[in-house]
Design a protein around this ligand. Structure first.
Ligand code: GYE
Length: 341
């Protein structure tokens, strides 16, 4: 283990600003770890975590998972940087970590491209980079140690298959089904995979029409804005696919303001991805039809990887976490009682 000297983090990025939280998200984690040249003892494994931001409930749970896992009691010293949904901030954070000679870098890349340069710098400095949640497209796979996260394409297919089954159960296989999509941050793995997976099932159904797809950047405020526009632009929307829970909350709000109804008893089917507690509660209120789970608890997964690397063992290059889905036909109350997020 190297000895790391923790310097002042980028002061310009101090505020943990929440985009479009609509009162549903609270900032729980410290956005940056400040320190004045604190010397960290050799007994700690120093991990620099370049997080995407704090745009959603999922993100908050993900950050908490790292904060709870990478504690001093567990032998870690965690440097946490909130990129505030800007690649530029994440690049700066990574360069800071390299300068500080951390033992490991954990990167959750906001988008898939544009990382080769900084990954090469980390490699030259001998610092392993673990990709968590979102993926980074690299020219050379040896630039990162491994990736752990969700099978986003499978999540998208699962949502499409659920919709097909739902419509079939309601005898709507012949009717034209008019769909809109609120997409996540363009170029992020979660957006690309969910769009692709759902698109594969869309292609199999001649009666489904994708009217429009626009980005709501994974936030509630933008989700609401885009849905408002969709409702003005298109008549008879049957389904809104929201690439995360928070955009679904925004969509539900826009639907309500437009005097329309949604959920199992309404006229617009709402489906979303993440399936965090608040989405299950919205399903219980009859606002959302189905939520496709995305597991945010990646802290323990990355911990296992680092422990294996510390023992000098090889690690799998790609590691998927298990996921399921929920809809209003299930006993959501009981499910919520036993749920960690
Ligand atoms: O679905 C969304 C968040 O990358 C899986 O990012 C993550 C996504 C998640 O903003 O809520």
């Amino acid at each position: 283990m190297k000895k790391a000297y923790i310097m002042l983090c980028m002061a310009g990025c101090a505020a943990g600003i929440l985009a479009g939280c609509g009162g549903k998200i609270e900032q729980t984690a410290e956005p940056f770890l400040y320190g004045d040249l604190t010397e960290v003892g050799d007994e700690y494994v120093v991990v620099g975590f370049a997080q995407v931001g704090s745009e959603s409930d999922w993100r908050r749970a993900n950050t908490n998972s790292f904060n709870e896992t990478f504690t001093e009691e567990n032998g870690y010293y965690l440097l946490y940087e909130d990129g505030q949904q800007k690649q530029e901030n994440q690049l700066k954070a990574m360069r800071n970590f390299i300068l500080q000679e951390v033992d490991y870098i954990v990167l959750d890349p906001i988008v898939e491209t544009g990382w080769d340069g900084v990954l090469e710098e980390a490699k030259d400095a001998g610092i392993p980079v673990i990709l968590s949640d979102r993926y980074a497209e690299t020219a050379d796979a040896s630039l990162y140690t491994c990736w752990v996260g969700s099978d986003f394409e499978e999540e998208g297919r699962r949502a499409g298959e659920w919709l097909a089954m739902y419509l079939e159960n309601r005898g709507r296989t012949r009717e034209e089904i008019r769909i809109v999509t609120l997409q996540g941050t363009p170029g992020s793995t979660a957006q690309l995979g969910r769009t692709e997976g759902f698109g594969q099932i869309l292609e199999q159904h001649g009666n489904w029409t994708m009217l429009d797809r626009q980005s709501g950047d994974f936030t509630q405020a933008k989700g609401e804005e885009v849905m408002e526009q969709f409702l003005e632009d298109y008549e008879d929307i049957d389904v809104v696919v929201c690439e995360n829970d928070n955009m679904a909350f925004g969509a539900v709000e826009a639907i309500r303001k437009a005097g329309r109804t949604c959920g199992p008893d309404g006229d617009i089917i709402v489906i979303c991805f993440d399936a965090m507690e608040a989405a299950l509660e919205a399903m219980m209120r009859g606002e959302i039809n189905a939520a496709f789970e995305c597991n945010p608890l990646l802290g323990p997964e990355v911990d296992e990887i680092i422990q294996a690397l510390e023992r000098g063992e090889p690690v799998e290059k790609t590691r998927y976490v298990e996921e399921t889905y929920y809809d209003t036909s299930m006993d959501l109350e009981t499910i919520l009682e036993n749920r960690a997020y």
